[in-house]
Write a protein that binds this ligand. Structure first.
Ligand SMILES: Nc1ncnc2c1ncn2[C@@H]1O[C@H](COP(=O)(O)OP(=O)(O)OP(=O)(O)O)[C@@H](O)[C@H]1O
Ligand SMILES: [Mg+2]
Length: 239
């Protein structure tokens, strides 16, 4: 399917049992990935643009919410925010407003049509210095409050290979997922991103392989653990 013709992400999630199963496997792996305690906050990044980070973030957040966990999906991509748009949500205030201290969490938090799923828009237009903001004490404090207020945080970020934002965010959450697109993401780019994340002291949980090629006959699947400690996931469907 072409990107223009592609159905919305929720239609994809609910319409494809294999995608849903793969995401549930990813969810289970995250549930068992914590060493001393359950992982409650995950950042989603990639080496390159347009490989499905926002898609994975949304699907994972929906799958977490389906278990009854109060889940917050944060659009922390100040470079190319997509979450509100993809979910058809209008947000009056955004993360940027919260970070500037002008509004409260309850002003930013938007309810969705999915029970237990809440969203923060990024508010990118109002941000001129993302890295400075993400490195601030205020950002850390906000994340801590959100961590306590919700059962699970999914944070969508820009590509770690292009912007330093994702490395900064990743150092402040319990786990990071690296999305790789089959046939697009280069091995060297993955290696460079992994080393950047390791330098930032991020805990990389694994990779999510997104096999979408946007052609009508193609399919998508996710595989978790290619580069992480946990190897699990659905098998591939042949085309
Ligand atoms: N598995 C999939 N099946 C069908 N379409 C997909 C799949 N993964 C991604 N897409 C489509 O590909 C496009 C890019 O996906 P997405 O926006 O999630 O990538 P991204 O990595 O977040 O991009 P960016 O780097 O710009 O933030 C979107 O139109 C999305 O709907
Ligand atoms: Mg995105």
């Amino acid at each position: 399917m072409s990107v223009e013709q592609s159905p919305g992400v929720l239609e994809l999630y609910y319409g494809d049992a294999q995608l849903r199963d793969s995401i549930k496997t990813l969810r289970t792996n995250i549930e068992f990935a914590g060493i001393d305690k359950t992982i409650k906050s995950v950042a989603v990044t990639s080496a390159d643009v347009g490989v499905g980070k926002s898609m994975v973030s949304i699907c994972l957040a929906v799958a977490m919410a389906e278990t009854g966990r109060r889940t917050l999906l944060i659009d922390n991509d100040f470079r190319h925010p997509q979450i509100a748009n993809r979910l058809g949500i209008r947000c009056r205030y955004a993360l940027s407003d919260l970070l500037s201290g002008s509004v409260r969490i309850e002003d930013v938090c938007v309810d969705t049509q999915i029970p237990n799923l809440f969203v923060f828009d990024s508010g990118s237009r109002r941000i001129s210095n993302p890295v400075e903001i993400l490195s601030s004490v205020r950002y850390r404090e906000v994340l801590n409050v959100l961590y306590d207020a919700f059962d699970f945080l999914v944070i969508d970020t820009p590509p770690v290979g292009l912007f330093v934002d994702a490395a900064v965010i990743s150092s402040q959450v319990e786990g990071v997922l690296l999305v790789i697109q089959k046939g697009k993401t280069k091995r060297e780019a993955v290696k460079a991103s992994m080393s950047q994340l390791e330098k930032a002291n991020a805990h990389v949980l694994g990779a999510v392989l997104n096999g979408a090629s946007h052609t009508a006959s193609d399919y998508y699947y996710y595989h978790y653990g290619e580069h992480g400690r946990h190897r699990a996931g659905r098998g591939e469907r042949s085309t």
